[in-house]
Design a protein around this ligand. Structure first.
Ligand SMILES: Cc1cc2nc3c(=O)[nH]c(=O)nc-3n(C[C@H](O)[C@H](O)[C@H](O)COP(=O)(O)OP(=O)(O)OC[C@H]3O[C@@H](n4cnc5c(N)ncnc54)[C@H](O)[C@@H]3O)c2cc1C
Length: 265
């Protein structure tokens, strides 16, 4: 049994994009770097733990993106994934989440004995949170979303704890499954020095549309999602007031009085 973790390159959380006439300047993140989608760090950690604690033969990282996404795949290798695969083809550009799911499902199908596909709960740029469940539907696997703990994996089942509005629930499902994880699930490890050296020497294989047998239903022409009405958030006129007093207690008293006056508390 192998665990596959799907990861995405995203802009850093500090990136600020300009918007021109309803079109976001995605190519210009204000000089900020691109990173491994922060939610995916938890997914990568959990895939590695499936190998370390639950008998998975390997943790395989995959990403659909352009050549530069190889950097984030190397981060996965440095953390402890044993394999990483870049899924890239000009035909995939502009895919919506359903097109992305078609491609990722085809890639997961191609990985021998893949039984568990792990995702972060959302990507911080596209932010739809739809991809994991759409991948599950395309594969015909059981989707388990918002997973906060993996309790047990047997040869044929997985038992997980899920975060739900009312609290938590424990669910057992037959393998294979797609799970999306929340940050409560673990504390992602830092890449080790040896891991970074090994990852830097690694050559990441690239799978294209022809390798996956993907023929149509992907790319900009097939996208149903309309991203044409993007607008910047209106600027907020905030006034900052520093409370000066001789003691912290006095500062707190002034602050509480002001919050009462403004009917905040
Ligand atoms: C800059 C930009 C431009 C876009 N332009 C268009 C457009 O023109 N037309 C259009 O229809 N859509 C467009 N999109 C949407 C884009 O296709 C979605 O980002 C993508 O389909 C995945 O959805 P999501 O980002 O909401 O991921 P989510 O569903 O929020 O992510 C959930 C999980 O799925 C994983 N995942 C998501 N994508 C991938 C991937 N490629 N490889 C591996 N794992 C992945 C995430 O890492 C995360 O773990 C654009 C998005 C961005 C950021």
């Amino acid at each position: 049994m192998k665990a596959v973790v799907c990861i995405k390159q995203t802009p850093s959380t500090t990136a600020v994009f300009a918007v021109d006439n309803g079109v976001a300047r995605w190519d210009d993140p204000g000089g900020k770097p691109v990173v491994l989608n922060p939610w995916d760090e938890y997914a990568v950690e959990e895939a590695i733990r499936l190998k370390e604690n639950h008998g998975a033969a390997e943790a395989v990282a995959i990403s659909m993106g352009d050549d530069s996404s190889a950097e984030q795949l190397k981060t996965c290798l440095a953390m402890g994934c044993g394999e990483a695969i870049l899924v890239a083809d000009a035909a995939f550009a502009g895919s919506d989440s359903l097109g992305t799911a078609r491609v990722l499902a085809a890639a997961i199908r191609k990985i021998d004995d893949a039984q568990i596909a792990v995702f972060g709960k959302q990507a911080i740029d596209g932010d739809t949170g739809q991809t994991p469940v759409q991948v599950a539907v395309k594969l015909g696997w059981t989707p388990l979303t918002f997973v906060s703990a993996i309790k047990e994996v047997t040869g044929s089942t997985i038992t997980v704890e899920r975060l739900i509005d009312e609290g938590k629930e424990t669910v057992t499902a037959p393998l294979p499954v797609v799970i999306s994880v929340v940050k409560e699930i673990n504390e992602p490890r830092y890449p080790s020095f040896m891991g970074i050296r090994k990852a830097n020497r690694a050559t990441i294989p690239v799978w294209a549309a022809a390798d996956l047998g993907v023929n149509g239903g992907v790319g900009a022409a097939a996208s149903q999602a309309d991203w044409s009405h993007i607008y910047p958030l209106p600027e907020r006129n905030t006034v900052v007031q520093l409370i000066e007093a001789d003691t912290p207690e006095e500062q707190a008293r002034v602050l509480v009085n002001k919050l009462f006056e403004e009917k905040v508390i």
